[in-house]
Design a protein around this ligand. Structure first.
Ligand code: ACM
Length: 526
């Protein structure tokens, strides 16, 4: 009797665990929505044909990847009887799979990738690449049926080059890794106190002066040690165009960030009249939040910022333009008679109100050009910093509708405040997503546990969370090696946080699937 009972209990447990088990998992990052493994394998070889259909760009990229990774030369062909990889578009699938979903069918005879858009086909290819098993010169792919689509439409990685310029080859490498992980937004932090990195034709000093500094603080935040080494670098508009094209081929949108009104010392060093004091300053080599800020009460400064944005818009096709807006110290505004008079004339009660009114002007300017403004969550006027006086943030001004708030700091209830006021939010909560933080602070497992929808957020607001961003801030990241250490492997975790439904996430499974990436990163020197 006892034996029967325990057998029954065991059977029940087994049943329970089977029914609680989500779907089948597979070694792909990010983990797809639905996977069915099937009997048999497909043999990939130089004799396999690539049938591109309307996806020639995507098919060519797979052709190139197979050549580079395995030395396999596959030909693009209009048709084949068998032993092919076929790409096809079916707009009707958009209803079920959205703009980025795909179907991937691997049978022993052939492989098909179908999607509503070329982006979907591209993502099907990234899954397929991870399924190839190499055994000597034999390449096989287990038969499988995958239906997949992302949880969020915004899956971003941010690179800060204001602090240290890394250059186009590094950016392209990051774009390659993002693409394989199905990340679709490269948020490019191009200006900061310590450097201006984008050529603006109308204001050449931004780069001839603003992209260079004499020396840089080394160690950490309170260090008095400087390296004594000049640092410089910027992108010409032509170089930027080439990188935008490279990203677009990989279905990645580049969102440029031009910081205003704070984090603007490099620009003020180039043109001192942009600040309130008009005193010459040097491009600082010290990190941390600086005092110099744009004088937003001066129409000439507003015209300058609009000119800059005009050139930025002409370069970047991105619908979203990021204007920073974080960590503004109000001391210079509070000390300036002109700013004070402006605030009085415009009935702006606090410096935060002035910042919001300014931000709204910029967002209206961008809206007039059919663009959407994004900014860090300070743009809502909340008190996030010890250096901000409580009375300086009692903002009554309301941020323009359509603004995207990138949440990075403060209490999570601020997200509720933002979404309940109607703003879309990107979740980049610093304690979970900052890649400059050590692995002690954000382990791989902690990065993997990040849910862009904060716990407790009312379901009616979930759709207001556009997705997630992870941020490679550059203050103590002088070279590519240091950067790679911080970015990899955590980038893969953030990619899955943005793509995969929570029910399909499993850290052990994710760790197994990382093997493919470790092999790749060893070869590419990461
Ligand atoms: C930020 O970390 N200052 C957005």
């Amino acid at each position: 009797m006892l034996k029967l009972r325990s057998t029954l209990a065991f059977a029940c447990l087994l049943l329970l665990s089977v029914s609680a088990m989500p779907l089948q998992a597979i070694n792909i990052i990010p983990q797809p929505s639905e996977v069915k493994t099937l009997p048999g394998t497909f043999s990939l070889s130089g004799a396999t044909a690539l049938i591109p259909g309307r996806c020639t760009g995507e098919a060519s990229q797979l052709q190139q990847a197979l050549q580079e990774t395995y030395g396999l030369s596959l030909a693009l062909k209009p048709a084949a009887k068998n032993n092919y990889i076929r790409f096809s578009l079916n707009e009707k699938l958009g209803k079920e799979l959205g703009k980025e979903g795909y179907l991937l069918q691997v049978s022993p005879e052939n492989i098909t990738i179908t999607a509503a858009t070329t982006a979907g086909v591209f993502y099907g290819i990234q899954s397929l690449r991870q399924l190839i098993t190499a055994n000597g010169n034999e390449y096989t792919i287990g038969a499988v049926s995958i239906k997949d689509k992302p949880r969020f439409g915004w899956r971003a990685f941010m690179l800060d080059e204001g602090r240290y310029f890394k250059g186009g080859e590094t950016v392209k490498h990051l774009l390659d890794e993002m693409a394989l992980l199905k990340m679709n937004v490269f948020h490019w932090h191009l200006t900061d106190d310590q450097g201006w990195r984008i050529e603006i034709k109308k204001y050449p000093l931004l780069t001839t002066v603003g992209s260079k500094r004499d020396s840089t603080q080394s160690g950490t935040w309170n260090s008095k040690v400087y390296d004594g080494k000049p640092h410089e670098g910027f992108y010409t508009q032509e170089q930027i165009r080439e990188i935008i094209k490279y990203a677009a081929d990989r279905h990645i949108t580049i969102v440029p960030e031009i910081e205003m009104p704070g984090h603007s010392s490099a620009a003020i060093a180039a043109y001192p009249w942009l600040g309130t004091t008009h005193k010459p300053i040097k491009v600082p080599g010290k990190f941390g939040v600086h005092y110099d800020v744009f004088n937003v009460s001066d129409p000439r400064v507003i015209a300058f910022l609009e000119d800059v944005l005009q050139e930025v818009i002409a370069l970047f096709p991105s619908k979203v333009i990021h204007i920073g807006g974080d960590e503004v110290k109000y001391d210079q505004w509070k000390a300036d008679a002109g700013v004070k008079a402006y605030m009085k004339a415009h009935k702006l009660g606090s410096p935060a109100d002035l910042q919001i009114a300014f931000t709204n002007n910029i967002s209206n300017f961008l809206a007039g050009k059919n663009r959407r403004m994004a900014g860090w969550n300070e743009i809502m006027g909340s008190k996030l910093h010890e250096f901000t006086d409580s009375k300086d943030v009692s903002a009554t001004e309301k941020l323009a509708t359509g603004t995207i708030v990138q949440f990075w700091k403060g209490e999570l209830k601020l997200i509720t405040e933002a979404v309940s006021k109607g703003y879309d939010v990107i979740n980049s909560y610093h304690a979970m997503t900052y890649l400059d933080y050590s692995y002690q602070d954000i382990s791989l497992e902690k990065a993997y546990s990040f849910d862009p929808i904060p716990e407790g957020l009312a379901p009616e607001y979930h759709a207001k969370i556009l997705g997630s961003g992870c941020q490679m801030w550059g203050e103590w990241i002088p070279d590519v090696k240091t950067m790679n250490h911080q970015v990899f492997p955590r980038l893969a975790a953030y990619a899955e946080d943005g793509w995969t439904l929570p029910a399909n996430k499993n850290f052990t499974q994710f760790s197994n699937a990382l093997q493919y990436f470790y092999t790749r990163w060893n070869i590419t020197g990461v």
